[in-house]
Design a protein around this ligand. Structure first.
Ligand SMILES: Nc1ncnc2c1ncn2[C@@H]1O[C@H](COP(=O)(O)OP(=O)(O)O)[C@@H](O)[C@H]1O
Ligand SMILES: [Mg+2]
Length: 399
């Protein structure tokens, strides 16, 4: 798929922007703080409905506009998905709460109809690659779960909806566990929430098992090329509730063991998860919190058996992330039949000449990529020649 038009109103430093976008490669060139990253952020927001820069959506609304009692930021993408053309609009509405605050409400409109987020996610797809994403490898498990959730929500129908159900049920279950912990009471009330979180939880675990396995296969192949066959990359999914029975007397699996969970069925996972919750019930009441489930899952990256989160060098982490991102694109294409739009924010500066060439060669496949850079010299002259080049100046794009 590819964007044909982007229009922004009061999004970051763009008070008003309207631009047609050609297919293939667009280079957005500009000095610092002109709005290059914000442009990619806007496009990504239309795919993921969240930012890769902030968890606070209100920061996206132009800050002068946001001072008004009622402020609206607006993002509109027109794009082609296979043979059909679509229009997707997101409104970020900052409205007064009454008690001298503001709250942000998101409205999503696809082809003229207001729709819930979980319905629309996956209709327009984008993969983003920014240097700070090495956090996926280097930071805590939360970043990796967020990464997985965002990639899966765009790709697997109903994943976002199931994740919502799980998260809501988890909140309720935790509240009940806390109550039982503090005041005691009838534990049988937990049965309902156990049923609910294991139903949605099992779907999430199953989706993660197959997704990680598929992405791993693709990422390992790219990674081999990038490392000139020096390293073997592995993605190790470690579900907090692991549906696979552990070998007897083994408390923890060695991290480097390849574990194949692909033969498990949804029903097996659900039943096993439910049984396990029964076994840990008193412990969970004592702690007042749900200790098992997809909200505690881990994903580890290993190169030649070494855990990159703990021991990866800068270079290894960068190469792994590049492999992961390129794999994600291919995976989305394989699953959805559509190439996602690729967004790359000043990544070339971070890569050595060889990796840069590998990345640029890879772009031949996809339908559209938006690059930002402060320096065109990072690209080969042939590449610059073939790409569409636009200049970004404070809140404005010039052709
Ligand atoms: N909510 C906002 N309203 C207005 N301006 C903003 C907002 N958020 C960030 N900015 C400003 O937008 C400018 C562009 O930022 P950015 O997109 O990161 O630039 P670049 O990637 O080109 O360096 C910065 O000067 C930043 O301070
Ligand atoms: Mg930037």
């Amino acid at each position: 798929m590819y964007l044909t038009h982007l229009s922004l109103t009061n999004f970051r430093n763009f008070t008003r922007l309207d631009m047609d976008i050609p297919r293939r490669v667009v280079l957005l060139v500009g000095s610092n703080a002109t709005g290059k990253t914000s442009l990619l952020e806007a496009v990504y927001f239309l795919a993921a409905f969240t930012s890769f820069q902030t968890h606070v959506d209100r920061q996206l609304v132009n800050f002068i506009e946001a001072k008004k009692p009622l402020a609206v930021g607006r993002l509109v993408a027109e794009y082609r998905r296979g043979p059909s053309a679509h229009r997707l609009e997101v409104r970020l509405i900052l409205e007064p709460t009454g008690v001298n605050g503001q709250r942000l409400r998101k409205e999503i409109i696809l082809d003229g109809n207001k729709r819930p987020l979980s319905d629309v996610i996956g209709h327009f797809n984008a993969v983003v690659f920014v240097p700070q994403m090495t956090q996926i490898v280097e930071s805590g498990p939360e970043e990796r779960r967020r990464y997985l959730n965002l990639a899966l929500a765009q790709t697997i129908p109903s994943y976002a909806q199931t994740l919502n159900e799980y998260t809501q049920a988890l909140t309720q279950r935790n509240a009940l566990l806390k109550l039982l912990n503090e005041r005691g009471g009838d534990q049988s009330q937990l049965a309902f929430w156990d049923e609910t979180i294991t139903r949605s939880g099992a779907s999430i675990i199953l989706a993660r098992i197959s997704a990680v396995q598929e992405i791993e296969k693709l990422a390992a192949r790219v990674h081999q090329t990038l490392t000139r066959r020096q390293e073997v990359l592995r993605l190790n999914y470690l579900p907090a509730y692991d549906p696979l029975p552990r070998p007897p007397r083994q408390i923890a699996m060695p991290l480097n063991t390849a574990v194949d969970r692909s033969m498990l069925t949804l029903e097996e996972i659900r039943q096993g998860f439910l049984r396990r919750l029964g076994q840990v019930r008193s412990e969970e009441i004592a702690r007042g919190v749900t200790t098992l489930g997809p909200h505690r899952d881990e994903l580890r990256f290993l190169a030649n058996g070494i855990d990159l989160s703990d021991y990866g060098s800068r270079g290894q982490v960068r190469t792994t992330l590049l492999a992961l991102k390129l794999a994600e694109i291919e995976w989305m294409k394989a699953r959805t039949g559509q190439w996602p739009v690729l967004l790359l924010d000043e990544v070339l500066a971070e890569l050595d000449t060889q990796r840069r060439a590998d990345l640029l060669a890879y772009l031949e496949n996809i339908e559209q990529a938006l690059f930002t850079t402060t320096d065109l010299k990072l690209f080969t002259p042939e590449f610059v020649e073939r790409a569409t080049k636009w200049e970004v100046h404070a809140g404005e794009v010039r052709h």
